[in-house]
Design a protein around this ligand. Structure first.
Ligand SMILES: [Zn+2]
Length: 429
């Protein structure tokens, strides 16, 4: 693509500024739940977001479709409708009291790209689908990538029976209410056949401050971490009188503390070895119904999320966690009950897409960073099925999963231009 074409891409994408701003404003109103927005998955907030995006897609004349997991597909037909299609997407749910852009930006970017291609009179060679994905934020159902894995028929067994933490009702019930067909999901009805997908691209706000620090507007993703998680682990010791000598104690809280310190030391060791990973104990507490100042805690509850960019590293970390637990059990005379274990595979970025996105961003006059995603994304679910995947990150102040997300619309348009440029080059000729 020539330099002039790159300028055309920028002009055509920037011409969509008003459409994008209006859509972001409406999505904010849809999810408003002060402080911030709550687009609860398979609930009222996400539902309103889907309705708003669908309305815009209709005004663009796109084909609208929903699948058995109630994901939303908005398609610009290609010249050859039987050719494998390109999907551009992200999720429309948010964490409770989150920001407006985590997820939604990727869906709006897809619509911006379609409108910009039209302005350039480009009809794609194959179908180009913008996907509004359900339930990506695992804080609600404690399962990763529900919407995308529902579409690809790779949801783990039992996922439909998990309960949303706030409502106490099952995914099956919530999905039914939002027009899904959980029985078909359970039968592993596959709406998206990976062999019929040419590529999956996702634009997302950055969730760490790397772009702010480097003063750049966009980054190209080099990989998405996989993880293993214990959402609901507990330690069983013995509730005892505070006067009990130390040698008789089976103190679950002290065991929890030992475990946390050992995990932090493990992370420090990997940092020193230059192997990227992260470990988070998001929940960490004694039993509120039984704890008290004069009681040795006999029960302790925690969650654990361990993530890394390499399956071999994850497997090694899994074994190290087991060893740490074994040692703490022995030292403290307690028992760990890990509870259910959740996993998400590492999401490798397709090297051809990655280098094309980097080159394209360069042609557009941007100076993109290359960064590993700190967070999990639906793109990993596509990569796990062998779909070539790429991601674009947009600068965002104040992190995400909080009401203070701050993405500048100019930065968003830069990221959307990288996306549109890739589409124009890949399937626009
Ligand atoms: Zn997200």
């Amino acid at each position: 693509m020539t330099r002039i074409a790159a300028d055309q891409v920028l002009e055509s994408v920037r011409a969509q500024r008003a459409m994008a701003s209006t859509l972001f404003d409406q999505l904010r109103r849809d999810g408003l739940d002060e402080p911030g927005v709550s687009r609860d998955p398979y609930g009222a907030g996400e539902q309103r977001g889907h309705a708003t995006v669908t309305q815009v897609a209709k005004t663009l004349g796109l084909e609208i479709e929903n699948d058995v997991a109630a994901n939303l597909y908005m398609t610009q037909p290609g010249r050859d409708r039987s050719a494998p299609r390109v999907i551009v997407g992200s999720h429309l749910d948010s964490v409770p009291h989150g920001g407006n852009f985590d997820g939604a930006a990727g869906v709006v970017a897809g619509l911006v790209a379609i409108a910009a291609l039209r302005r350039m009179n480009i009809q794609p060679a194959c179908d180009l689908t913008v996907m509004g994905i359900r339930a990506e934020e695992s804080i609600w159902f404690q399962v990763s990538y529900i919407g995308s894995r529902g579409a690809l028929a790779t949801l783990p067994d039992g996922a439909l029976d998990v309960r949303r933490v706030d409502t106490g009702r099952t995914l099956r019930e919530h999905m039914t209410e939002c027009g899904g067909d959980p029985a078909a999901v359970a039968r592993r009805h596959r709406h998206l056949d990976p062999t019929r997908l040419r590529a999956y691209l996702e634009l997302h706000i950055e969730q760490a401050p790397s772009l702010v620090e480097a003063n750049r507007s966009v980054a190209i993703c080099t990989g998405i971490p996989g993880n293993f998680r214990y959402p609901d682990a507990r330690i069983e010791g013995s509730h005892d009188h505070v006067g009990l000598p130390r040698r008789f104690r089976r103190d679950a809280a002290m065991a929890g503390a030992d475990f946390a310190m050992a995990m932090d030391a493990l992370w420090a060791e990997y940092d020193q070895r230059g192997i990227p990973m992260a470990c988070t104990i998001g929940r960490f507490h004694t039993d509120t119904s039984a704890h008290g100042m004069t009681i040795v805690p006999g029960a302790f509850h925690f969650s654990l999320d361990v993530r890394a960019y390499d399956e071999a590293v994850l497997a090694e970390l899994d074994a190290r966690v087991d060893a740490i637990i074994g040692a703490v059990e022995q030292r403290r005379g307690v028992r760990f009950h890990r509870g259910p274990k959740a996993r998400a595979a590492v999401g490798p970025v397709d090297p051809t897409i990655e280098s094309a996105l980097l080159a394209g961003a360069g042609e557009l006059g941007l100076a993109p960073l290359r960064i590993g995603s700190p967070a999990s994304h639906d793109a990993a679910a596509f990569a796990e099925c062998g779909v070539p995947m790429g991601m674009i990150f947009v600068r965002n102040e104040n992190g995400s999963h909080n009401p203070h997300e701050a993405m500048d619309i100019d930065d968003f348009l830069d990221g959307s231009a990288v996306l549109t440029h890739w589409i124009a080059r890949e399937i626009g000729a």
